[in-house]
Design a protein. Sequence first.
Length: 456
Amino acid sequence: MSRFSEPQDPVFAQLNTSIGFDWRLGPYDVEQSRAHATMLAAQGIIADADRDALLAGLDRVAGELEAGTFEVEPGDEDIHMAIERRLTTLVGPVGGKLHTARSRNDQVATDVAMFTRAHALRTLERLQALQSALVLCAERHLDWPMPGYTHLQRAQPVYLSHHLLAYFWMFRRDARRFEAVLGGTDELPLGAGALAGVNFETDRAFVARELGFASVARNSIDAVSNRDFVLDFLSAAATCATHLSRLGAEIVLWSSDEFGFAQVSDAWASGSSIMPQKKNPDAAELLRAKAPRIAAHLVALHGVLHGLPLTYNKDMQEDKEHLFDAVDTLDLCLAAARGMVETIGFDRERLAGAASDELIAATDVADLLVRRGVPFRQSHGIVAGLVKLAVDSGRPLSALTREEIAVQSDALDEEYYTVLQSSSWLEGKVSEGGTALPRVREQLAHARAELDGQPA
């Protein structure tokens, strides 16, 4: 029986159905249903024999889902109804008892929370692998000088290891964000019913323990309407994808003939359909392009949820495609980034040549004046004058004569030329977190300790 006298318009049925994408919740729905059936029997709401029949049927459904033989029928609006329909086919009318004391509202909220938790854990594994690859790459290139940039202009020299480790700490922060996502999925929605609770004395704490939730949602209205954990995942994913995009952008730049600092492995490059000489760092380029796609999913779900009245509304069906695509896209990008970092090759001579540009020692000369009592702003102006003189005359800073530097400041002497020796530019950066080798080694030790879960 139905309260409706007309069938759904086919266009509305197509708009309304979610089975085309929410099939991915199937394994979580079965796991949830096992716990729910077990609880119903423990509370005397269904008979033990009913529980056993339900569990046996759910085992068969789980096997079909795993084997890819589970068949969706035209009337299956979503994966939850499809599983219940199949279960009833397998075990008979007792299959209809599974939905006792739950609604699709709290059922789907629980499935999505379980999916989000599982994929946050997978993302943490991917991030750990990428961070390990960055540490290994930094160790292999510990003392390789390169120019650091601001505004894409050579600024100050750093070690390649120091530059690579900057990404390690970016992704470390991403890991912390995904750990917070786990916390957001830790309250069990199941048991809230449609919105007001259920008319049975259920044991929600039992179900929470069975499914690995730390606690139960305290308010039934909030339980079915909450999708904060999806927003949390998408937010963390958007930031992580942005970091991957920055890494990809630098790999693209470094791989160009103009920079010539690095070359991606053939395994992570593509050719041209017309230019046989081309080797394009397409994987790195796609890291850039995928980031706004993930960020757009976050913005889109905020758009779905903003101003949405409590509790459940069909709008919330739109959480899944945004979540699923972001999960898949980020997972793929993290794997690609790891592969590129593990196999990328660097040109030591090209890096060192670019890092030997004396102009990037200008700040070191200014600091020499500061150590001799000249205020920094005045020192900055003095060195700017020296740079202008060198550039205008087509000479490096070290080619300026003793008389020329004295014109700019009588505080400069022969030590000016010592400072311009490239080794001092790097090893002089002794502040904590700086690029001097002892500090980079400290940083590597901290990074290793983070990966090992030990206090640094």
